[in-house]
Ligand binder design. Sequence first.
Ligand code: MOS
Length: 710
Amino acid sequence: MSIGQPTTRYEAPIKVTGSALYAADNYPDHLLHGVIVASPVAAGTLKNIDTARAEATPGVVRILKRADMPPLGEIGMPAAVTHMPLTTDEILWEGQPVAIVLGETLEAAEEVAALVRVEVDTVSAATPGHGQLERPENGFAPAHDIKGDVVGGLDRAEMTVSEQYYQPTRNHNPMETSATVASWDGDSLTLWDASQMSLNPLAVMKAAFGLSQDKVRVISPHTGGGFGVKGYVWPHLILAAAAAKVADRPVKIQLSRAQQYGQTGHQPECRQKVTLGAMADGTLVAMRHEAINTTSIKDTQFEQSATATRTYYACPAIELDQYVERINLIQSTPMRAPVEGPGSWALESAMDELAIKLDMDPLDLRLRNFAEVDPFDGKPWSSNKLREAYAEAAEIFGWRRRAQMPRRDGVWALGRGMSMASTFCARFPGQALVRIQADGQVYVEASANDIGTGNQTVFQLVAAEALGTEPDRVKVRWGDTRYPPAGPVYGSSQTIGTGGAVRLAALDARARLEAFGAPGTGPIDLGAVMRASGEAEIVGKGKFDFGDAPMSFNGSGTPYAMQSWGANFVEVAVDRDLGLIRLRRVVARYSAGRIINPLTARSQMIGSIIWEWGKATMEASRVDHRHARFLAKNLSNVAVPVNADIPHDAIDVGFIEEFDEHAGPTGARGIGELGGTGVAAAIANAVYDAVGVRVREVPILPAHILDALG
Ligand code: MOS
């Protein structure tokens, strides 16, 4: 058990024995159950809430409306929604909360909520494709950005591709729906929340209720999936805390699966156009990437899909041109592999189309345009082993021998496609403590959340290596804002940020041990050193940060550009008569810095590839344009991949040996969301290879195949 060895999860025993507590598992004394009553229409003005029948029902304690709400302070990011429900009569989306029923039991509150009648003066609602376009300003780079002479480049190009690529709104569908329990003790607030970043609810509660930092505590040790939807703060958290304040009792709000669709975010619809100009030998001379993503009426999520084209390929002329479109749905939000996830779907499809037009191997086209430095600003990469990833994955897949591979298997036509994977490197500040007890036992403390990716094991391995001790000597305390502030479990950033802080804390503790005769490097007997020291405890502090900057994106503030990379090779089978598509195999290799725990790292990448299978062939949250609402809000009508969709041993992932000394103290870069880039395009490229049908819309459905084949 050490860094680089497959290590089972630190928190596995408490999860498999059922003793790990998730947010909704908490039942403080005198708890009330809150059920949100929502607007049934997407746009208008709230006219009346009729509670006459509801109030006569036993078990209901109270029904809170706008007039019952305490005054709230101004909120902004990390609150996803600033159009705060129950503080206004303006309705902007179907599902917008208009009242909260508080009951002694969940059943009573749900029954009563169903009896409340909501009347809205309706106006027409904007749906995807019909909203106002706006240039967003809240990205990592300007929405419109250009380098070089794109028009001239396209003019000079010997071959061009210019196509549009579509992806629909999609929901995150974590197994655990969002849940919050709020409890006040005087003017102190405790929240148990299903969160990807406990410091976000803490910041929003401070602003909404005018509290100082020490008056809010967020406890969030386990989160049952999030994929981005539990990153920012949604209105139900504020409503739970407000209701608890008004009722003077703790309040729990757990969203139902259907409510999750109306009261938390989704991935926006993305419409993209990619224009590529190349010389006959495949050298890119101009690239233009246009993108529009939907967002809500008042708050702006800028998906930044075109950012993929900033970093993927060397090219003298690049233009990015991006808009958001305002519609009447709950605010959209990042979803597993934001930015390059949608962006690579378009770009990596277009690159395949260009390769086919040039009669070039798509792998050779990518190697021809390999970016030796950051294409946009010329900075050197902190580390980049993409070439090695291409070579190893291609060899294992047999890419260069594919002409000799069978084209059919019974009724199935077989096809192979490839793509590049790459995602941004987000580095968030984090702090950690390493405490060495008198008996040599070590505790790592950081407020970090656990979303199942294996953080705690990473902290354990990193601390043990730096201290020169065995990982099983290290225990981890996490998931509580009483511990030092740690970075988020989003943006594939936890190992770099909090992992980096843990390493720095362990090195600090180790330096303190040197005063008692311990060696500065190599293994040490912590128990013996502590006995010799006579100290009850030695505490090391670690802080990973970027001065005053809230974060570093792709190496901002450093001389280096930072990305994670990979190569995807996919084989699919397509039934020409039924239009069915089946996954046969995937080989992917990644360049992502040092891999701390190959066991959980492998799981992350397999999960992301399956996630992309869902995006490419199954998932969509379709919007009913007549009513501006999702057609289906449950897992029986929204398809997501299940085990039966993924053949046993079909996915082969691995990492190129690498240590990125610039990205952070652990040598690691981000991995999780990297696996969610490029794969959907590789699948579409493989479908084209199988049956000659180019589908520029995900999910690729049987109808696309059958319509094209006639
Ligand atoms: Mo991911 S959208 O950064 O949780």
